[in-house]
Design a protein around this ligand. Sequence first.
Ligand code: AMP
Length: 409
Amino acid sequence: MSGAASLQQGLLLVLNAGSSSIKFSVFDVQAGQAPAECFHGKIEGLGGAAYFIAKAADGAVVGEHRWAKGASVDHQQALVQLSEWLSPRLEGRPLLACGHRVVHGGRDYAAPVLIDDKVLADLEALCPLAPLHQPHNLSPIRAIREHLPNLPQVACFDTAFHHDQAEVVAQFALPQSVTQAGVRRYGFHGLSYEYIASVLPRLHPRLAAGRVVVAHLGNGASLCAMQGGRSVASTMGFSALDGLAMGTRCGTLDAGVVFHLLRELKLTPEQAEHMLYHDSGLLGMSGVSNDMRELRARADEPQVRLALDIYVHRIVREIGSMAAALGGLDALIFTAGIGENGVATRAEVLEGCRWLGFKPDAARNAQNGPCLTEGDPALVPSAWVVPTDEEGMLARHVLEVLAARGASN
Ligand code: AMP
């Protein structure tokens, strides 16, 4: 068997590492077939008494571990736990590779890449552009290189899908020297958008070639304007703080507010950053929660109602902005936790978008679509629910990189 062919059978691990959690998925890879997820899970509460849970594809819990109270579990210990749990489940099958969601690929990394010393050094140099995410994405890469130096590792970037946005879209109105230093719009949630773009042709032929806005509404949230399945504009820019109001992030903010927080309210830069990332958005506005289910259950409380209205208002306004970037709109796609399940949020957003030609269908919306609107999608703007699959996209990319490496060996 050639190197490329032998690489096609076994298991793939994909990791999505954040500051306080590591999400993982394990995929079974058979020659000639799309990778099939067999396990997924997470280690959450890192930095404290963390909790590990693993589930099979049908959702059954197949592994659980809770560290003792008072423990301070780091990323390395979390990976040891994952590795100990995974080893007996390999059942003789080789672990082919590990794929990583990496938030920032900068200007240079526009596609998934096999990690070597140079790539890792380049990605480390991007940490100042995403200090809250990039170091955590890279820490498991380093740990795995130390313990399994021969395991191929692949980095897949949240920025890559937006890499080819026009300069007129990507640049801020700042001095050229600042732009050249990397202060520009990058866009994020790229793996989610790339997955959605990949399924558009199956949804409706008009959408694959058309002008589409995808609303990724999860705890983090953003919009992406796509033309022919390629990113034309997005609401997240330099950081994952921009654009829509989110679970705990403020979204677009007059830069003058930051100076006011520092100068008049005497916050340190770290305190201001923490407030904008962790204490704002739905949580900060409502004073109740960042969880949409809880907020909808308490929507008769005035402060919660206002938070929900602001959240929706911002989405509707930004959809208008994305439609302007596209010169019109053929379809709107909802995805991620709120996009896929939030019937009330979708109804309110679509109501606000009637001016774009949408005719919401309440019964279809109540059933989570997939189509949410009246009329022939070939003739009038349509709205849809499409579940995203960032982990599946990661697995596909890892296999492509392995195949390319096999072909070049
Ligand atoms: P994600 O980051 O994609 O996991 O999405 C998390 C968000 O999805 C949270 O605000 C959840 O409250 C929300 N969510 C999950 N399920 C539902 C549901 N059935 N209805 C409304 N929101 C939901």
